[in-house]
Write a protein that binds this ligand. Structure first.
Ligand SMILES: CCCCCC/C=C/C(=O)SCCNC(=O)CCNC(=O)[C@H](O)C(C)(C)COP(=O)(O)OP(=O)(O)OC[C@H]1O[C@@H](n2cnc3c(N)ncnc32)[C@H](O)[C@@H]1OP(=O)(O)O
Length: 378
């Protein structure tokens, strides 16, 4: 069996290293900032200040300046809004932000103001645009039902990091075509040399953990616009979103047992909290597929819209929300989520460890073989 499954050769360690800014990158970014020709404006300068303080001193720990001390109060608010963002992440976000200000930047994850359908060069499967105060991250692999490849996970991590410090108020995920997403691309696990299986499972577990961490730590309101069926990881992640709008043609399916796998995306913790343990078990253990109406009744979805008016209604609403004061949006999110963060990171770590073992199991390998040989369709 192991001979039949050939896992892809991926370089997850390399990418992981690349995603973490070193002290030297941080120092370079500081120097690069001094060379900027154009004043980036007060909002960006406040973000840079806050990220710098967070990266060097950790969470805001100084007394709040008086209301009349406008400048220091604005700086304090910006730093304080970063909450418990880890120093390392702040350092990376600082480097990303400086890099996005540099005219010579060629970073593929740079989020820039763009026309709604503009594609980022070199990242066709994920399209990131920023307009009207909204950063939109769109799965764009409609011929494969927007299944998520290894490189797409990495691009999304990068896009989230950039979106956390860009000028937008909210960040929205959606899918292009008839599906929101069919979840993990199952061929991520079907083209690997037999002697690399264990290492590949380990690397996939590291990547998954980093991917889910990026959602747990995301500081702005995160909205899912579910345009069609959603399967697997894109469903479990919804417990980490702040608002979920769904078309009435969307469905929600987590067929983990059928795949010989187990839940990820912190769903083993968030789903029982959202819908109660019995309903969560029906989805996560038994793989019951929900309609949008059922998912809304269980509290996983905020609101369901008729497909005929879905896009118009949802985007009109989101554009209005994106005009709300950005700091207030962040601070309210922080209040709602911060108490849970530590727990969520622990749950994520545990789920990734368990999944790593599942990917090496015969049950999982059989399910993947079935998919590849087209014997099994969900
Ligand atoms: C770093 C690793 C992290 C791992 C995280 C753990 C994540 C777990 C999960 O997400 S589990 C869920 C995995 N997803 C699935 O099990 C769905 C599998 N797909 C299907 O069951 C069906 O394709 C379908 C129900 C989504 C759609 O069926 P149908 O309408 O009949 O279309 P097709 O099957 O013909 O699909 C069209 C085309 O897309 C390819 N495709 C669809 N989904 C996936 C997928 N998840 N992975 C890979 N490829 C997918 C399908 O093979 C067809 O390709 P083809 O035209 O044959 O080349």
């Amino acid at each position: 069996l192991l001979q039949v499954l050939r896992f892809p050769v991926v370089q997850l360690h390399m990418s992981r290293t690349a995603m973490r800014a070193s002290e030297k990158d941080f120092e370079n970014a500081r120097n690069q900032l001094k060379l900027l020709m154009k004043d980036p404006g007060n909002e960006v300068k406040l973000k840079l200040y806050a990220l710098y303080k967070q990266a060097t001193e950790g969470p805001c720990n100084t007394p709040k300046p008086s209301m009349l001390d406008f400048i220091n109060k604005a700086k304090w608010d910006a730093w304080n809004a970063l909450g418990s963002l880890p120093k390392e992440t702040a350092r990376q976000n600082y480097v990303d932000l400086v890099s996005s200000l540099s005219p010579s930047s060629e970073s593929s994850s740079q989020v820039k103001p763009a026309a709604a359908n503009e594609k980022q060069p070199g990242s066709e499967n994920i399209i990131v645009t920023s307009q009207d105060g909204i950063t939109k991250i769109m799965f764009n692999r409609p011929t494969k039902k927007n299944a998520i490849t290894t490189s797409m996970y990495k691009e999304i991590i990068h896009a989230l990091k950039a979106a956390s410090t860009d000028n937008s108020a909210i960040t929205v995920f959606t899918g292009n075509g008839d599906y929101y997403s069919s979840g993990n691309d199952l061929t991520n696990f079907t083209d690997v040399p037999p002697n690399s299986i264990e290492e590949t499972a380990k690397n996939a577990s590291i990547l998954l953990r980093e991917f889910v961490d990026a959602f747990i730590d995301f500081p702005k309101p995160l909205v899912a616009v579910i345009n069609g069926p959603a399967v697997g990881i894109v469903v479990t992640l919804l417990g980490l979103f702040d608002v979920v709008y769904a078309s009435d043609k969307a469905t929600f399916h987590t067929p983990f047992s059928e795949l010989g796998q187990s839940p990820e995306g912190c769903a083993s913790y968030t789903f029982p909290k959202i819908m109660g343990p019995a309903k969560a078990a029906e989805m996560l253990i038994l793989g019951k597929k929900l309609t949008a109406g059922e998912a809304c009744a269980r509290g996983l979805v905020t609101e369901v819209f008729p497909e005929s008016t879905f896009q118009k209604e949802v985007w009109t609403r989101l554009k209005a929300y994106a005009k709300l004061p950005t700091n207030s949006l962040r601070i309210s999110k922080e209040l709602i989520r911060s108490n849970e963060k530590e727990k969520l990171h622990a749950v994520n770590a545990e789920e990734c460890t368990v999944l790593q073992g599942r990917w090496l199991s015969e049950e999982c390998m059989n399910a993947l073989m079935n998919f590849v040989s087209r014997k099994s369709k969900l």
